[in-house]
Design a protein around this ligand. Structure first.
Ligand code: 0RA
Length: 638
């Protein structure tokens, strides 16, 4: 590893630019963007671990709204930069893309969306304090919204080394500055799973909660987690490799098995510890290795007979639970969200390592191997049968976009200009009634769905498609689903899901999101899917009326809008059905006054995952936890 020094930290300017256009650096200024600040600081500490130094990271959510990340790495250098004449730590916090991690021999976390540098955190925080322990001393420096406000000083003698970064997110920048314990915990757990041995603690000083994540076995632990208590069909296959290509260090860590609990693959991949949600070359290499190795073994072992066709990628991935973690310098990312690895090197590399590891595993586990191959062959038959059934439905025209006739329950709008129209998908008949009365019939259509019917298991997507409610939805939207999706036939610009703000409403929303995610992902990607936000309370005094979406908002309004007084009449809506047409229009449907949450593909993927968990083994202890914690709409970004 080359010696870092202050001079290797490149100097660029522009923290003011970050404040002017924060979304360019952190994606957004909502809860997601806020948490990017945490990931940024944590990733720096993880880099220090990857470089062979930090063994323990602590994230503290302070009672005063700040966040503090401590590590026991080498400490950000404090020596003076030779030309700039400033301490390296100051440059790291004040210049964009500083950090000195651009040498090709190390793989820093700086991939994908993050890696924007801790200076971005400083720019977007009212105050940032850094404490560095190294060279026998503790040093401290502080910044406010970018500029340094306290110069680097030695604050005392200290043994060991490490870095502490403490920041307070700026309310002028972020829509919310409320750190989400569960969200951060999920991410830290994932980070710990990907970095065996690294200890990560999360402490919430706002309410005293805390957790420590540390996993000894790494990716096989991760696979265990993904199994959610289900039995694997075979011992976990593991592959590990480190090598250099043209002087560039690369490393691969893969673990996988199969289980009967899941009907499609639960494959997760990472590049330099950053999740690649859209796959890429590393996943392609893995899939190729799996398919070709299992076909070869199937033929050689006689598990596949002469008359059997070759297993396809889909067949061997049935029930697959896998984690792929690759580390490589300067990874190339593609796609709109930069979530897909494009580096071609990864494809052949992963294919080779996984083929070798799986071949060796099959020598040791012949009987299990035959069982896996036979199972894949059964999956192939089931797939053919399902396809035949689907073709049949398609021929009958049930799910086809061309199919004539709109569903009877649809109260369509009069406009035929798809760019101005909206479809409200409403839970239940009574809410359907008031929304029909409330709507602007020129541009707003209403489709009432009856709740219960949708509650079918994920494994039975075929049955979902046969469901009358779903068929009505598909017909109303007009595009068709799956392979026959045709964007040009979309009948509405906005599809708006409107459910009660309670557990059942959340559940039905999750189910619908899962449906759209699986069968019309393009509709989500193109930004046509929304959640309506009905209020929970109406406050009234005399002719003055206000609505609140939550308890805190209600209290806030009571203070700000109805100052002098008692006698405010508070109505709590238990469901959409309790609102009259006028209230529904004023709060939830009038384009001028309503708030809509746009669903993006990641929200939908999250719903999909949640759905798998909800529908999983009923005895699973996680189930209770999820049901009580999954307040769905909170995880959705505007
Ligand atoms: C640049 C160079 C060196 C360490 C770091 C940055 C560093 C950054 C962070 C951010 C959070 N924790 C960190 N720990 C270390 C290497 C310094 C050396 O060679 O001693």
């Amino acid at each position: 590893m080359t010696e870092y020094s202050a001079k290797s930290i490149s100097v660029l300017k522009g923290l003011e630019g970050v404040r002017r256009r924060p979304a360019m650096y952190i994606g957004s200024t909502d809860a997601r963007g806020l948490h990017h600040l945490v990931w940024e600081v944590v990733d720096n500490a993880v880099d220090e671990h990857l470089a062979g130094h930090a063994g323990r990271i602590t994230v503290r959510l302070r009672a005063d709204g700040g966040c503090e990340v401590t590590d026991d790495g080498r400490g950000i250098p404090v020596d003076l930069h030779p030309t700039e004449q400033l301490p390296a730590v100051e440059l790291a916090l004040t210049t964009l893309h500083a950090g000195g991690k651009f040498d090709q021999q190390s793989y820093a976390v700086s991939g994908g969306l993050h890696g924007v540098g801790v200076s971005v955190v400083n720019a977007l925080a009212t105050r940032t304090e850094v404490e560095v322990t190294r060279d026998g001393h503790r040093h401290a420096i502080a910044f406010e919204r970018g500029p340094r406000v306290e110069e680097l000083t030695r604050t005392g003698k200290a043994k060991g080394s490490g870095t502490l970064v403490r920041f307070w997110p700026d309310r002028e920048v972020f829509e919310t500055t409320d750190f989400d314990y569960a969200r951060i915990g999920e991410r830290l757990r994932e980070t710990a799973l990907l970095n065996p041995g690294l200890e990560i603690a999360l402490v919430d000083e706002r309410d005293g909660r805390s957790e420590t994540f540390r996993f000894k076995h790494g990716l096989s632990d991760f696979v265990d987690e993904l199994l959610h208590g289900k039995e694997p069909l075979a011992p976990v296959v593991e592959a590990r490799d480190e090598r250099t290509f043209d002087g560039h260090a690369v490393a691969l860590d893969v673990a996988f098995t199969w289980s009967d609990g899941f009907h499609d693959d639960r494959l997760r991949s990472y590049v330099n510890i950053v999740r690649t949600g859209d796959g890429g070359t590393h996943e392609e290499g893995f899939r190729r290795a799996l398919t070709s190795t299992l076909n070869k073994f199937g033929r050689d072992s006689g598990a596949l007979l002469k008359k059997d066709p070759n297993l396809t990628g889909d067949d061997v991935r049935e029930g697959l639970v896998a984690v792929i973690s690759i580390k490589l310098p300067d990874p190339q990312f593609e796609g709109q969200t930069k979530g897909r690895l494009g580096s071609t090197l990864a494809r052949g590399y992963v294919e080779q390592v996984v083929s070798e590891a799986l071949t060796a595993w099959l020598v040791k586990h012949k009987a299990k191997g035959r069982q896996i191959v036979k199972r894949a062959a059964v999956a192939a038959k089931a797939r053919q049968a399902a396809k035949a059934a689907r073709d049949l439905t398609r021929r009958k025209g049930l799910l086809d976009s061309q199919s004539a006739g709109l569903p009877g329950k649809l109260a369509d709008c009069t406009s035929r200009d798809p760019s101005e129209t909206e479809l409200y998908v409403v839970e239940g008949d009574s809410a359907g009634g008031s929304s029909k009365a409330a709507r602007d019939r020129h541009t707003q259509a209403i489709l009432p769905l009856r709740g219960k019917v949708l509650n079918v298991e994920k494994a039975q997507m075929q049955r979902v498609l046969e469901n009358a409610e779903i068929q009505a939805l598909v017909k109303a939207i007009g595009t068709g689903v799956g392979d026959s999706y045709d964007h040009g036939r979309l009948r509405y610009d906005k599809i708006i899901l409107m459910a009660d703000a309670d557990v059942d409403g959340g559940h039905i929303t999750t189910l619908l999101l899962t449906f759209f995610y699986r069968l019309t992902p393009k509709l989500i990607e193109d930004g046509h899917l929304y959640l309506a936000q009905p209020p929970l309370y109406q406050l009234r005094k005399g002719s003055k009326v206000a609505y609140a979406m939550s308890d805190p908002e209600r209290d806030q309004l009571l203070k700000s809008e109805f100052k002098r007084n008692a006698n405010v009449e508070i109505q709590r809506f238990k469901g959409l059905g309790e609102m009259d047409a006028e209230q529904l229009w004023a709060t939830t449907m009038d384009p001028a006054r309503r708030t809509l949450l746009r669903i993006n593909i990641e929200d939908a993927a999250r719903a999909d995952e949640l759905f798998v968990l909800l529908m999983g083994n009923q005895t699973d202890p996680r189930r209770g936890w999820i049901v009580s914690n999954a307040k769905f709409a909170e995880n959705v970004d505007v």
